[in-house]
Write a protein that binds this ligand. Structure first.
Ligand SMILES: Nc1ncnc2c1ncn2[C@@H]1O[C@H](COP(=O)(O)OP(=O)(O)OP(=O)(O)O)[C@@H](O)[C@H]1O
Ligand SMILES: [Mg+2]
Length: 205
């Protein structure tokens, strides 16, 4: 991977395009989309349903293949008319916190396990991974549901577990694609509150 340029924005998107499918049924979701985000900036992406918000974030999260253009994260090229980052699985696991539109939690694990599995996949010990999960359960105000199975959680509680999972490995970038339950920074467990806390004091690796 090329060397990082520290003077660049944290996120730089240039002329990004994404077409789903081909032929008569092709959907051009992104056409020359460009975006710059400075380090520490919290940006909200607003637009009507179908305006490709999720598509853009999934490309930035190295989940969906763009069709063309360029993405640079932290001054390093992630995509330039093709992926430039060889181990995208490790990138997603270690550096990107992705909050999907649906929670996508693992149904046979409880709330704590759904969070702790991320540090464990990174190679951290069980004790440290569970401590991190408990810290996030506290932050998101769902520690009392720590042992609950996913099907026993309310929809919003599931979203909170999904937010905790996204933050478990102290990501450098966080892409929340869901609508926040309540858009306020005052409640610490809302998406906005978590982003603010995460931006103001990301815990060290
Ligand atoms: N896998 C796919 N195959 C084909 N078309 C798709 C696929 N995923 C999304 N699209 C289409 O691409 C466009 C953008 O979808 P996307 O999910 O990015 O929109 P969105 O802005 O996130 O919408 P919402 O606010 O409803 O979540 C839509 O027209 C959608 O139907
Ligand atoms: Mg969406």
């Amino acid at each position: 991977m090329p060397r990082a340029n520290v003077n660049e924005p944290a996120i730089l998107v240039e002329n990004l395009s994404k077409t789903y499918g081909r032929g008569d049924t092709a959907v051009q979701a992104l056409k020359n989309a460009s975006l710059q985000v400075a380090a520490g900036e919290v940006v909200g992406l607003l637009g009507p349903s179908g305006s490709s918000k999720t598509t853009l974030l999934q490309c930035l999260g190295a989940i969906t293949d763009p069709s063309g253009g360029r993405i640079r994260l932290g001054g390093q090229t992630l995509y330039d008319n093709g992926w430039q980052y060889s181990n995208r699985r490790a990138l997603r696991r270690d550096q990107i916190g992705f909050i999907f539109q649906r929670p996508y939690l693992i149904p046979f694990l409880d709330a704590t396990e759904n969070i702790a599995i991320l540090p464990m996949l990174q190679g951290q010990g069980r004790k440290q991974s569970y401590a991190r999960a408990n810290e996030l359960l506290d932050t998101l105000d769902i520690r009392h549901r720590a042992s609950a199975r996913i099907e026993e959680l309310s929809g919003e509680e599931q979203q909170r577990v999904a937010i905790a999972r996204a933050l478990a490995n102290h990501p450098r970038w966080c892409w929340p694609t869901n609508r926040p339950p309540r858009w306020t920074a005052s409640a610490p467990w809302t998406l906005c509150g978590c982003c603010m806390k995460w931006r103001n004091g990301p815990t060290q690796r």
